[in-house]
Design a protein around this ligand. Structure first.
Ligand code: ADP
Length: 493
């Protein structure tokens, strides 16, 4: 049998373009699939920094005009090999000639509409690659299953091609005005009169993706259950319940080569399980120096995150004075909501030498915080999977997490009677429960140092590689290609 051909559509991929965990996943999973014999490839927008840095390693495959409503836009197609994975890029200066992945929401809707149209036009001859499966990620690629159904399969093209939609975060749906969507995507009127693409007066690309893709996955088993309920369903729980038989939760992994404290070039000292204590001590000392934190015996709690309500930043802010009063130092790296940024700056000013806030996106500092911290705070209100807590564990920084989504699936709570666990957890997202969990961690470290040290080793020895999940994705592709076409609930080809 020939190898299954899968094309990943995504707005982010490490090392080319990263805002959050989506980049880590798309930067890792395709290579893990290739190791299992799947011909996995990726197609991304050619953002300005990527073009500047990598163009001389790329080959131009195609140039054409892509129709986007009334517009006709240039679309260049490049390819390069990245660690054995063919990565294609859609070039257009107007849409992607910026230094940022996301520019401004209204414009982003049009930018990713263009991207999706351009990808569909590139399949087959231009790419010299006709995928069996289009693996679409998040709203930026979620209209593709619909477009394939409404505009290609209905005309007899790409009939056997399957689609998978992976939801990395249900909160972001790509909502836009109905007229704009109708224009950008050439949506036939029939589809605008039922619930296929529209949610009330707006078009909802993620909804269309859920309705029209052959399989829907999300990034942890617990989140796959949670999103079936109104509390986590972001107004799509009804549709998700309808499509429940097509929905599964497949846990993310991390790039264990890029995130390896034994070889990490960003660290003051590298270390493995055998010399974790000494290695982490050296990293902690260097981190304190870098961030202007006092040298002391107190534990250091780190946080590397987008600063948004989802991440429970307000809970950290509310509990911060009490956490510091417990003698715990706090180092936060992140950017996002200006209100949280200002509050963190104030906290740093209030607690000089005890609280540090780096308001940036800084890959190197992120590595140094994972390595130099004893605890890692992640009190997310909801968390589809979460990559940061897995990285933290690999670096021996024990996560303190709210038991939700992927946090629940990846962090085993410390059991002081058996000594088992990989972190500290709490069940309700409140400042009080977060503080209580930090206190438990502090207590264990102070009064049960041997148990705490075992916990660090147990966290470091967890297998967070993508191997297992890649196998599950491979099985999913195989089942789609073996079975009859999906019973779509929307109007379709
Ligand atoms: P999300 O995708 O919701 O942002 P995840 O935990 O899944 O959260 O992934 C976050 C990823 O982004 C991790 O690799 C983390 O290290 C990285 N990251 C987040 N904020 C920053 C930052 N300010 N600087 C560097 N890396 C960051």
């Amino acid at each position: 049998m020939s190898r299954t051909k899968v094309l990943f559509l995504s707005s982010e991929m490490t090392p080319f373009a990263k805002v959050g965990g989506l980049a880590d996943v798309v930067g890792t999973l395709p290579a893990a699939l290739r190791a299992l014999g799947v011909d996995a490839r990726v197609i991304l927008p050619l953002y300005a920094p990527v073009k500047r840095r990598y163009l001389d390693r790329m080959t131009l495959l195609d140039e054409r005009s892509v129709r986007l409503g009334w517009r006709s836009q240039y679309s260049g197609l490049y390819v390069m090999n990245h660690d054995g994975v063919p990565v294609y890029f859609i070039d257009n200066e107007y849409y992607f000639g910026h230094d940022r992945v996301y520019v401004e929401y209204g414009f982003d809707v049009e930018r990713f509409a263009f991207y999706q149209r351009a990808v569909l036009d590139a399949l087959g001859d231009p790419m010299s690659f006709l995928p069996d499966v289009l693996h679409c990620n998040d709203w930026q690629a979620a209209m593709v299953p619909f477009l394939l159904s409404a505009q290609f399969r209905s005309k007899g093209y790409h009939e056997g091609m399957k689609t998978v939609l992976t939801i990395h975060n249900l909160m972001y749906q790509g909502l836009c005005a109905k007229d704009l969507a109708a224009d950008l995507f050439d949506i036939p009127t029939a589809y605008l009169n039922d619930g296929a693409v529209l949610a009330g007066p707006a078009a909802n690309p993620l909804q269309a993706g859920i309705r029209f893709s052959d399989a829907v996955t999300t990034v942890s088993p617990t989140y796959a259950q949670e999103i079936l309920t109104p509390s986590f369903g972001e107004n799509l729980d009804g549709l998700l319940r309808e499509r429940k038989d097509r929905l599964s939760g497949i846990l993310n992994g991390i790039d264990t080569a890029a995130w390896d404290p034994r070889t990490d070039p960003y660290l003051a000292a590298t270390y493995g399980e055998a010399d974790a204590l000494a290695g982490k001590k050296a990293c902690r000392r260097a981190l304190r120096k870098e961030l202007g934190l006092k040298e002391c015996v107190a534990p250091l709690a780190g946080m590397v995150t987008r600063l948004y309500a989802q991440k429970g930043v307000d809970l950290v802010l509310e509990a911060l004075d009490a956490i510091v009063a417990e003698g715990v130092q706090v180092a936060v790296l992140g950017s996002g909501d200006p209100g949280y940024e200002a509050a963190l700056r104030q906290a740093q000013a209030r607690h000089p030498g005890r609280v540090a806030f780096a308001n940036a996106f800084d890959e190197g500092l992120a590595h140094r915080i994972y390595a130099g911290s004893d605890l890692f705070l992640m009190p997310s209100r909801f968390e589809p999977c979460g990559i940061s807590q897995m990285i933290a564990m690999r670096y021996g920084s024990l996560p303190v997490v709210h038991e939700t989504g992927g946090l629940r699936d990846t962090v085993a709570p410390f059991n002081r009677f058996t000594g088992e666990g990989t972190g500290f957890t709490f069940s309700r997202p409140s400042a009080g429960e977060l503080l209580d969990a930090v206190r438990r961690a502090q207590d264990a470290r102070k009064h049960e140092p041997e148990a705490f040290a075992r916990l660090v080793l147990s966290a470091m020895s967890q297998d967070f590689s993508f191997r297992r999940s890649a196998g599950t994705y491979k099985e999913l592709y195989a089942s789609l290609l073996a079975g009859p076409r999906a019973g779509r609930t929307g109007r379709g080809g």
